[in-house]
Design a protein around this ligand. Structure first.
Ligand code: F6P
Length: 341
């Protein structure tokens, strides 16, 4: 079998572990050939690819980013790929494509699959918001990075009697804010799923100061927003990939809290630091298992599916189920994380 693999969308710790695992399983387990397309679907459309053998994936298990490069692609160009699905397979001689990516990539994978291309997807995203899998690799690393950052901010906030507002990634789902906030004992957690009232945060900070705890840390997802009529907060523009460019909730909220409390409040935007660098052992293992199972799925001709984690088991989920909606934080998980003054 000849397998094409690509990484698309935002990068994520563990991508290289999947690529390595696909090559290992394909070459040593099945005597397959593997080619890697550069810069995601762009490389597939533009004919940029290279052969991947055991040597080319040696030493990449723990490396962040992706050796293949990644890119987002406009919808119109994806349509072009879907319209030429058969021809693309023939051009590269591939029997299956393994795209590794988040919601946008898996939606593209589904389009290609519907157009007749044999596809097995592998879900990735630090946001952990792909439906149909308990976890995506990259999430554990992002939570680890954010938790360490918030732990550090707790001590400096206490030294200076400040409120720290830490903005983490999470456009539509607040999994990173929830888990990093819980793990580091943040005093307030704001997620996109549940609009917040800044008055509640003010109340929390005042109660803490009243009992002698003269600092507070609020962990806010980039996509979190205030409840209607509670605070001024503009809507961001939409970029060419259909993503909202956020107006900067961390900075706006810090400013708002400072004005309402009359106490110093500082924003800290963690940004892409959550996505860079080495994956945690958990993510390396999950990514490696996904790669192994993607190759097995290809040989079983289970096309139109993606690998998924259910409990401790890896299974296959139809791409159609994976992309119907995002996996957001349920109410009960937010209830468990309610502020402790
Ligand atoms: O989907 C992964 C993600 O890291 C989001 O959490 C974040 O909003 C987005 O990608 C950032 O994308 P970019 O690197 O294109 O700004």
């Amino acid at each position: 079998m000849r397998i094409g693999v690509l990484t698309a969308g935002g990068d994520c710790p563990g991508l290289n572990a999947v690529i390595r695992s696909v090559v290992h399983r394909a070459v040593t387990g099945h005597a397959d050939e593997v080619i890697g397309f550069e810069d995601g679907f762009v490389g597939l459309l533009e004919g940029r690819f290279r052969e991947l053998d055991l040597d080319s994936v040696s030493g990449i298990l723990a490396r962040g980013g992706t050796i293949l490069g990644s890119a987002r692609l406009e919808r119109a160009r994806l349509r072009e790929a879907a319209d030429n699905a058969d021809e693309l397979c023939r051009r590269y001689g591939i029997d299956v494509l393994i795209p590794i990516g988040g919601e946008g990539t898996l939606t593209a994978a589904r389009m290609l699959s519907d157009a007749g291309m044999p596809v097995v997807g592998v879900p990735k995203t630090i946001d952990n918001d792909i439906n149909g899998t308990d976890r995506t690799f990259g999430f554990d690393t992002a939570v680890t990075v954010a938790t360490e950052a918030i732990d550090r901010l707790q001590t400096t906030a206490e030294s200076h009697q400040r409120v720290m507002v830490v903005e983490v990634m999470g456009r539509h789902a607040g999994w990173i804010a929830l888990e990093a906030g819980m793990a580091s004992g943040a005093h307030g957690i704001c997620v996109p799923e549940r609009p917040f009232d800044p008055a509640d945060l003010v109340d929390m900070v005042e109660k803490r100061f009243a009992r002698g705890k003269k600092f507070a840390v609020v962990c806010v997802a980039e996509g979190a927003h205030p409840a209607k009529d509670t605070m001024d907060y503009g809507v961001g523009a939409i970029d060419k990939y259909g993503h909202e460019r956020f107006a900067g909730i961390g900075t706006t909220l810090a400013r708002e809290l400072e004005a309402r409390l009359g106490k110093e409040a500082r924003p800290v935007i963690l940004g892409h630091v959550q996505r860079g660098g080495v994956p945690t052992p958990y993510d390396r293992v999950l990514a490696t298992r996904f790669g192994w199972h993607a190759v097995e799925a290809a040989h079983a001709r289970s096309f139109g599916h993606m690998t998924a984690l259910h409990g401790t088991r890896i299974s296959l989920v139809p791409l159609a189920d994976a992309v119907t909606h995002l996996k957001t934080v349920p109410e009960n998980r937010m209830d468990e994380a309610e502020s402790v003054y």
